[in-house]
Design a protein around this ligand. Structure first.
Ligand SMILES: Cc1ncc(C[n+]2csc(CCOP(=O)(O)OP(=O)(O)O)c2C)c(N)n1
Length: 275
């Protein structure tokens, strides 16, 4: 392929370009980081992968954009389909893309159980802190006090720290970055993809047209600046009290361990039964 063609085009369906993402949306950054990671890992195409997603704007990253086997499931159920694919086609790399509502709202039980089982799947969760596609309802990740269409006087609930929960549930790899940290995000994806078991990358991302508007930052670039100014590395966050961390985004690697995944444990069990 000619050098003046963008590398990502190799992995994208030409017929769906340009994408339908809103102007300033962070999902393009996540897509770009993912494809750059895949490119740097030496994949010529996406034939080794199967992409699963639920419903929501974030679910649109692989489907319809990727030139690959992709499946759009129902809202919150992508991990159940990923489990099925992983068991039937263990030689393929199953990757799930989902929003915070999809993964940590309606799909939360599947997320916890998948991490507990150490299911051989990589999840990229785009956390825009709101239900984007349906017009801005409160999500389990919406910061306290933020106004949404369903909390017009501000959210009166505490947000869920999804990366912490997935870590506690037993995943092999968990990292959180924002779309401001594109290089770190790409490197995290490169670590997550080959990892045995459950790997989870949370990306705090800007939704200027729905979430940003609510907090008075309705431009993608200004939201990136906001992420830059409010992020704090895990190493520094450890010494701070919960109150001091309010409004901050803790970024970095939460866990990175070697641990047998579900497929390997099943294989061992099968060996014991048949021997
Ligand atoms: C069973 C079911 N309940 C509700 C919906 C409506 N719905 C579609 S997308 C969505 C939330 C999307 O939010 P999120 O997963 O955070 O993704 P985003 O659009 O913000 O990327 C909801 C509630 C649905 N499609 N199916």
């Amino acid at each position: 392929m000619s050098h003046n063609v963008h590398f990502a085009r190799r992995y994208l369906r030409e017929e769906v370009l340009p994408s339908t993402f809103c102007s300033g949306c962070g999902l393009g950054i996540i897509m770009n980081c993912f494809l750059k990671a895949v490119d740097e890992m030496g994949y010529e195409d996406l034939r080794q992968f199967v992409f699963c997603s639920g419903i929501g704007c974030s679910a649109w990253i692989p489907s319809p954009h990727f030139r690959a086997d992709t499946i759009h499931t129902t809202h919150g159920r992508s991990l159940t389909v990923a489990l099925g694919i992983s068991l039937v086609r263990p030689e393929l790399k199953v990757v799930v893309f989902g929003g915070d509502g999809d993964m940590a709202g309606i799909g939360l039980n599947h997320l916890v159980q998948s991490a507990r089982r150490n299911l051989d799947t990589t999840v990229i969760m785009a956390n825009n802190m709101i239900y984007g596609m349906t017009g801005g309802q409160v999500a389990p990740t919406t910061p306290f006090g933020v106004k949404t269409s369903t909390t017009p006087f501000g959210s009166f609930e505490y947000p869920l720290d999804v990366s912490k929960l997935v870590t506690a549930s037993g995943a092999s790899y968990v990292a959180r970055w924002t779309t401001y940290h594109a290089v770190q995000l790409k490197e995290a994806i490169k670590k997550a993809l080959p990892k045995e078991g459950f790997s989870f990358v949370e990306v705090v991302t800007q939704c200027p047209s729905i979430f940003g508007r609510r907090i008075g930052i309705d431009e993608g670039t200004r939201m990136l600046r906001w992420f830059q100014e409010n992020s704090i590395p895990i190493s520094r966050a450890k010494d701070l009290k919960e109150k001091e961390l309010t409004g901050r985004i803790v970024v970095g690697e939460f866990v990175n361990i070697e641990k047998p995944g579900l497929l390997s444990n099943l294989k061992t069990m099968r060996g014991k039964i048949t021997s």
